[in-house]
Design a protein around this ligand. Structure first.
Ligand code: F6R
Length: 242
């Protein structure tokens, strides 16, 4: 993995956002895999800035988001669909019809997973995947477990994830379940950027970079991917020997 430590989240956002913009300038119809949460927001701001300046257009880009909560109306302020609309889609020129999400309210999760796999395949797969990492080493919402997951599925969120994300929920308790792309699916992206900032991520980052490849740290699976760039601030880099 190519590990780059930059001074802060905004420098990381600039570098990661520029990587996305350069890809889209070269290939205007690129397929992007996107994450929610705080880590990618500065990169999204950079993409918005460069789109606003006319340096890049997302008109022909297709996106697939990693995950979505179960049991939240799609229009709820904490749904990942709403998050993406507010933090990126409404501020660039991508048509909303080009953006794809797992349906957290699906009645049949196997059918929903198959639908997402088919859509991904029909789009030619993800060219560039943006990831954050959970304090417990999750990527997407693939929580630590006994086996690496493959295609999308419904996951029970762990206490660590519920503790990390609950503060965002002010009008109701955070959902206990989510639909997420599987680790196998994430690894099929041709190129991956992972962003981690802050001390709370240092243990997970160390396990991802230096630990054994094990489903107990889902992000460790990235060690087996040929093209991963990891952007860290000094606090997240912690004691990892980089
Ligand atoms: C969200 C996602 C999660 C987050 C992770 C880190 O779509 O896939 O894996 O990337 O929970 O969240 P933040 O960036 O909020 O610390």
């Amino acid at each position: 993995m190519n590990v780059i430590v930059l001074e802060n989240a905004s420098a990381i956002g600039q570098a990661a956002g520029d990587m996305v913009c350069e890809l889209v300038s070269r290939r205007p119809n690129a397929v992007l895999g996107l994450a929610t949460g705080s880590s990618p927001v500065p990169a999204y701001r950079r993409m918005i800035e460069r789109c606003g300046a006319g340096e890049v257009s997302f008109r022909e880009v297709t996106t697939f988001n990693l995950d979505e909560y179960c049991g939240l109306p799609a229009e709820h302020k904490n749904s990942y669909r709403t998050f993406m609309r507010e933090e990126l889609f409404s501020q660039v020129d991508i048509p909303l019809g080009n953006t794809n999400f797992l349906d957290g309210n699906c009645a049949d999760e196997a059918a929903e997973s198959a639908r997402y796999s088919r859509a991904l395949e029909a789009a030619g797969g993800v060219e560039l995947q943006i990831l954050g990492i959970g304090r417990n080493g999750h990527i997407g919402f693939n929580e630590p477990g006994e086996a690496f997951t493959q295609e999308a599925y419904k996951v029970a969120l762990t206490p660590s994830t519920i503790e990390a994300n609950s503060p965002y929920f002010t009008d109701r308790p955070m959902p206990a379940y989510a639909m997420t792309m599987g680790v196998g699916q994430i690894l099929r992206a041709r190129k991956i950027i992972l962003i981690a900032t802050g001390e709370a991520k240092a243990d997970a980052v160390r396990a991802m970079l230096e630990g054994e490849i094990t489903p107990r740290c889902p992000a460790s699976a990235l060690q087996g991917h040929p093209d991963v760039t990891v952007y860290l601030d000094p606090a997240a880099a912690g004691e990892a020997s980089i």
